[in-house]
Ligand binder design. Structure first.
Ligand code: SPV
Ligand code: MN
Length: 629
């Protein structure tokens, strides 16, 4: 059979086997994207990864051969990758959503004119792969052959990126072969750009991460940090949010986990937390099961909310992973198995990171090269031994509590949804909403956090992070709130919505009121609430646990004696702080979100009213027993 013109153009750069692999995909749209990518970037050769064991091993071998990953770690399967000093997190500034002229999506979204953006990024990427191999990878987002599945295709010149995708995503070559001629797949073109001798992107000032919302295409250039370069993570997520909006389902920045109740009952939860707010450590609680730690697709199937993990691996923050707080992942990270560490410190074949619970050497190799205590960076500040946003990439299957339903094409039924921010002042550690709408508005849309090390820029700046997707929202924000409200209304039994807050501080001394382990108790309480098996106390912002139930759960789950004094401090309603929170949320939506559904203000008004009435009766700080009986 004669080759189509795209395959014909690609043929000189492909081995006969690779040409065969591409020809087996009966979809000229696929060939066209690869041919145009190759034409623009001028790769010398093209490698097509068919996901066979041999191809996958080749990708891994090349990542090491090119020194993008170093095999200097002693444990079998472990490698380390370093990103440049200015490439240690997602780059909000240089990540832009390309939209046709005249369209404004949301003030919160960094958007630019599509034509201008395309001309700029394509101009920059011209000839960027000269002398290099372009790797082609096929991915299935969500379990294959399911109503949730979205297929993706990435062309990259980074073996590290291609290798990461192996650990983080389900393979999709076979799916593309089966799918035949269709155009509804996501496309990613990535190049690390010019590299230093250390194999690190050399021109961070020319970093560009552009998402073309009309062509379902992502361009990523002059960056290697996986959150910017692995297109199927947060970049494809923006495209998925838009697709979900059109098709009536939800794409969310959420963990998925199974929580055990009495008699081995398992209840599935989804949880939205902004980056670095405890999402991964919640998903990994020992004794429970994990399905995912980052992105979930949720659909209404026969009036039931069902969810899948888009990914099949974890790109997790390694800081503070220690044997006490995160025993499961600590065990994985300190045993043989396929893991890519990034931006840790390496000394004598061992990786080290901040908060690992043991001493860190005073010298070694890190993202700044040879490192020693006191070494200063380009900005004159001291370079830490490991970056705060140092990470690990590992397949979920490596975890002993990986949930058996991970690849169920029908997903799992959600019993509960939690929203967790970084709120040092107002919200109690755990509360249940009065109903779906109240939860979506008072916990989800009102989610507040502070900027963290997961994005470049200043840390600790307070901000609204609507449903934890503020960085990724690609539709008008009010529309997103409306979609969520409507989604739950159509269900026979909507998941119960909870608000959690791991970061509440004592007013008098600014100390955190909870330890990281306490979240395990909160989730066990939520599990019981989903089944109506414990009572609760109604306070102005939601239903909170009763002391006796928490006391029992603290003993059962953590073997800790939980005191009434601790309970009173943690679950006191702080009226002034809660009123101030409502003020901030209202102002943010009034000023930034022209399409906010009116009922949002109604629900916030009622919350304010409940708080004022309680204040008139009991004062500013109201301990839980005042609301009992
Ligand atoms: C996050 O920052 O929310 C992450 C990591 O999950 S990244 O891939 O950078 O998005
Ligand atoms: Mn995330």
């Amino acid at each position: 059979m004669p080759l189509n013109p795209y395959l014909e153009a690609l043929q000189p750069k492909l081995s006969p086997e690779d040409l065969k692999k591409l020809s087996a995909i009966g979809n000229p749209n696929v060939h066209e994207f690869i041919a145009k990518a190759s034409d623009l970037c001028h790769a010398e050769k093209i490698f097509v990864c068919s996901d066979s064991a041999e191809d996958v091993a080749h990708v891994r071998k090349q990542a090491i051969a090119t020194c993008e990953e170093r095999a200097t770690l002693t444990l079998p399967g472990h490698t380390v990758h370093f990103d440049g000093e200015q490439d240690q997190g997602r780059d909000r500034q240089n990540t832009r959503y390309l939209v046709p002229r005249g369209i404004t999506l949301s003030k919160a979204l960094n958007q630019m004119d599509r034509q201008e953006g395309l001309a700029e990024v394509r101009g920059l990427m011209k000839d960027s792969m000269k002398g290099r191999t372009m790797i082609v990878r096929f991915i299935s987002l969500g379990p294959p052959q399911s109503v949730f599945t979205i297929l993706g295709l990435q062309c990259t010149d980074s073996w590290y990126v291609a290798h990461s995708e192996d650990l983080l995503y389900r393979s999709g070559y076979g799916e593309f072969v089966k799918a035949g001629n269709r155009s509804d797949f996501l496309r990613v073109l990535h190049s690390a750009g010019k590299l230093t001798e250390e194999m690190v992107s050399a021109e961070p000032e020319k970093k560009r991460i552009y998402i073309d919302n009309m062509d379902n295409t992502i361009y990523s250039f002059n960056t290697q940090y996986a959150g910017n370069s692995v297109g199927f993570k947060k970049l494809a997520f923006r495209l998925a949010i838009r697709k979900a909006n059109l098709e009536g389902w939800l794409a969310e920045h959420m963990l998925l986990m199974g929580v055990y109740g009495p008699n081995k009952r398992k209840t599935y939860f989804a949880g939205a937390f902004p980056s670095a707010c405890g999402k991964t450590s919640t998903a990994m609680l020992p004794g429970e099961t994990i399905l995912g730690d980052d992105i979930a697709y949720i659909r209404d199937i026969d009036s039931v909310a069902r969810a899948v993990n888009v990914e099949s691996g974890i790109f997790g923050i390694i800081q503070d992973v220690n044997p006490k707080d995160d025993q499961l992942i600590y065990k994985v990270l300190t045993h043989p198995g396929e893991i890519i560490f990034s931006n840790v410190l390496v000394k004598d074949g061992k990786p080290y990171w901040l908060g690992m619970g043991s001493e860190i050497p005073k010298e070694g190799v890190n993202y700044s090269g040879q490192w020693f205590e006191g070494k200063k960076g380009e900005d004159g500040n001291e370079i830490p031994p490991a970056h705060k946003n140092a990470r690990y990439a590992v397949a979920l299957a490596a975890l002993e509590n990986c949930d058996p339903e991970l690849n169920n094409p029908d997903g799992v039924v959600l019993g509960g949804i939690m929203y967790g921010g970084r709120d040092t002042k107002a919200y109690v550690p755990v509360q249940q909403s009065f109903d779906w709408e109240h939860g979506i508005i008072a916990y989800g849309a009102s989610l507040e956090t502070e900027t963290t090390f997961a994005t470049l820029g200043k840390e600790g700046v307070p901000e609204i992070n609507m449903m934890s997707i503020q960085d990724f929202i690609s539709i008008p924000m009010g529309q997103n709130v409306r979609n969520n409200l409507e989604f739950g209304r159509k269900l026979k039994k909507a998941p119960i919505v909870f608000g959690v807050n791991y970061f509440l501080k004592e007013v008098s001394n600014g100390k955190y009121l909870n330890s990281p382990q306490d979240k395990h108790v909160w989730i066990k309480w939520m599990e019981l609430r989903v089944h109506g098996e414990v009572d609760a106390i109604k306070i102005p912002t939601g239903y909170i646990p009763k002391y006796e139930d928490l006391k029992r759960l603290f003993k059962e789950v953590l073997n800790k004696d939980y005191t009434k004094a601790d309970y009173a401090k943690q679950f006191t309603t702080r009226v002034p702080e809660n009123l101030a929170k409502i003020e901030r949320v209202q102002r943010f939506y009034q000023e930034n979100v022209t399409d906010t559904p009116l009922e949002m203000f109604g629900i916030l008004y009622l919350q304010r009213d409940r708080l004022l009435k309680a204040q008139a009766k009991f004062g500013d700080y109201i301990s839980p027993e005042k609301f009992e009986g």
